[in-house]
Design a protein around this ligand. Sequence first.
Ligand SMILES: Nc1ncnc2c1ncn2[C@@H]1O[C@H](COP(=O)(O)OP(=O)(O)OP(=O)(O)O)[C@@H](O)[C@H]1O
Ligand SMILES: [Mg+2]
Length: 280
Amino acid sequence: MIEIKNLRKRYDDGTVALKGINLKINEKVATVIGRNGAGKTTMMRILSTQLLPTSGTAKIKGYDVVKEPERIRRIAVSIPQEAGPLGFLTPMEHLLMYLAARKVPVLEARQDAAKALREIELWDARNTPADMLSGGMKRKIFVAMALASNAEVVFLDEPTTGLDPLSRLEVWSAIKLLDSEMVITTHYMEEAQELSKEVVMIEGGKCVSHGNVASMLKKFNGLVRAETNRPGAKTRYRVGSMGIDYIKKGEALDYIKEGYAIKQITLDDLFVMKGVELES
Ligand SMILES: Nc1ncnc2c1ncn2[C@@H]1O[C@H](COP(=O)(O)OP(=O)(O)OP(=O)(O)O)[C@@H](O)[C@H]1O
Ligand SMILES: [Mg+2]
């Protein structure tokens, strides 16, 4: 689906945001995880032809992002990280405007918009100005746009950042309605686990890990995380004031007696193992 070779991006001010990414994304839905400034948005903007790479190539379904951007724009839609609705426009108006911009004939646009709004459960709010909707519903307008566009490929840059846990669940179920191939960026490991089988981890403009969630977590088989805030605790890993060790499940009781908290392994632990600070 997506093939990236030695992709680099150096911004005009000299910042090197991508330092040679090599990647082949195979699954229908893939997530890109990484901390602030890792290069996620830069990569998404290049893939969705909004930004030119400095060097290297990227192909979406065989189309080159530099040589054939119009072909990609025809099959792909991108929901940017900072996307917010226009407060005075309703969800229905957003969808109709969006589909008009994609040159969908009016009658077809009306049908597609209505279908998407119903599926995503924004139908009752279709004529309410966006200003009066909750954060989760506002975000869902953009997922509805992607849904109504029937695009083959959808890029979603941090679709749930800043949402409360319940709104996040709502947006997740909206995203799951999409039948498109998708690349989703997120800070939330649980989101990556929930929405995709394939995860790409980027850090400092490089791909530091890539694979399916289960295989990435394989090295943690039979282990749990023991964490403590006790100052001076001698743990193998440290994230801020928290000390972390990975221990066998059978040892958990001993650790609990010492005041450690025991947690199930998640993708967060890959960051810990790589010595990268956790997002909180
Ligand atoms: N237009 C720009 N000009 C110069 N530097 C930029 C520009 N956009 C981003 N950068 C820099 O490029 C690096 C990668 O930024 P990018 O936005 O791709 O990261 P990100 O992983 O999306 O981060 P976040 O999780 O905060 O959204 C950062 O160092 C950032 O400051
Ligand atoms: Mg970003």
